[in-house]
Ligand binder design. Structure first.
Ligand code: HXC
Ligand code: NAP
Length: 282
């Protein structure tokens, strides 16, 4: 649907780019002409994803690093910039999460998720942001949050706190770093059935209930998110700054709306019910 050279001239680093939504974005960006750098802890998925991008004719580099360690991020960026040239974009996608009652969390459990999501995003953002400020050519940051960054959510307290922080970082830097030509945006996905997320968050019986909560009655497809991210990195979106684009089929609105449950009743039945409630004239 996009022109095949849409992202030509860009080099984009994607943290957690070896799996799930990160991989989907990496493959889409690579197919649209961008050089793609992917970073994560496990070498296997990174090597495989970079191989898939190169095999399809794209440019890819990978490096193993933990986003909780700024020195490791710097070394990984040095290595990948040596292969691809300077990065022009960053996707903060790496995350850690699990379901747990908040009162049962150990301090280390809270810390593990917040370190990956909030501090990891901070470290990667500062590493590339400082390079861009020094080089003077601008840059673009896209952070993957979720709708509970502003709604909050039961049973994922560390992730909710961390994603809220990432959204605050996005909006803060959108203003502070605009003077350097650096834009900062976010995407807030609803449920996308990746192995990483659903193995940790989808308890038995969750799928049907979750689909019922969604106005479109389904989960997202990875290609839908990859297309949105490609658009935000494209020359069509250069005035978008400080924005958080929701891609959830309208789920967070349905969950919050007082009368949205009526949309679950077959429409003819619902109309008959509402007609019966209408006062008769005379
Ligand atoms: C309670 C848990 C736990 C669980 C780990 N811990 N899993 N506590 N319930 N299910 C505790 C451990 O006991 C330990 O505390 C502490 O957390 C650190 O655990 P480690 O295993 O040492 O951490 P680490 O190896 O750093 O792994 C980080 C991780 C892991 C977050 C725990 O799940 C991970 O690597 N995840 C990466 C991928 C991921 O999560 N993908 C999903 C993203 S989906 P103690 O006190 O015992 O030392 C997503 C969707 C959002 O974000 C929106 C959906 C709509
Ligand atoms: P995923 O496949 O588990 O992706 C997480 C990635 O982050 C993995 O590649 C993982 O690789 C990497 N990672 C985790 N900890 C890291 C660390 N310390 N250092 C470096 N890399 C690390 O899950 P996903 O569903 O694609 O999630 C991608 C993003 O979308 C996340 O930000 C998530 O919060 C967001 N999101 C997902 C959904 C959904 O329904 N899927 C909904 C809303 C938001 P390693 O383990 O090898 O390091």
């Amino acid at each position: 649907m996009f022109q095949s050279d849409l992202l030509q001239g860009q080099n984009i680093l994607i943290t957690g780019g070896g799996t799930g939504l990160g991989r989907a974005m990496a493959e889409r960006f690579g197919g649209l002409g961008a050089g793609v750098g992917i970073l994560g802890r496990r070498p296997e998925p990174l090597e495989e994803t970079a191989g898939a991008i190169s095999g399809a004719g794209g440019r890819a580099a990978w490096a193993s690093a933990d986003v909780r360690d700024p020195a490791k991020i710097a070394a990984a960026v040095d290595q990948m910039e040596g292969e691809l040239g300077p990065f022009t974009g960053l996707v903060n996608n790496a995350a850690g999460n699990f379901l747990a009652p908040s009162e049962d969390l150990s301090p280390n459990a809270f810390d593990a998720v917040v370190q990956i999501v909030l501090y990891g995003t901070y470290h990667a953002t500062m590493d590339l942001g400082r390079r861009w400020i020094e080089r003077g050519g601008g840059g673009q940051i896209l952070s993957i949050v979720t709708t509970y960054a502003w709604m909050g959510s039961s049973f994922v307290l560390p992730s909710a706190c961390a994603k809220a922080g990432v959204l605050a970082m996005t909006r803060s830097l959108a203003v502070e770093w605009a003077t350097y030509g650096i834009r900062s945006n976010a995407i807030a996905p609803g449920p996308f059935p990746t192995e990483g997320a659903f193995s940790r968050l989808a308890a038995a019986g969750f799928e049907n209930e979750a689909k019922k909560m969604n106005p479109l009655g389904r989960f997202g497809e990875e290609s839908e998110l990859a297309d949105l991210a490609a658009f935000l990195f494209s020359p069509m979106a250069t005035y978008v700054n400080g924005e958080c684009v929701v891609i959830d089929g309208g789920e967070w609105l349905k969950v919050g709306q007082e009368f949205s449950k009526y949309t679950d009743i077959p429409r003819d039945e619902m109309k008959a019910m509402m007609r019966a409630m209408k006062p008769k004239k005379g």
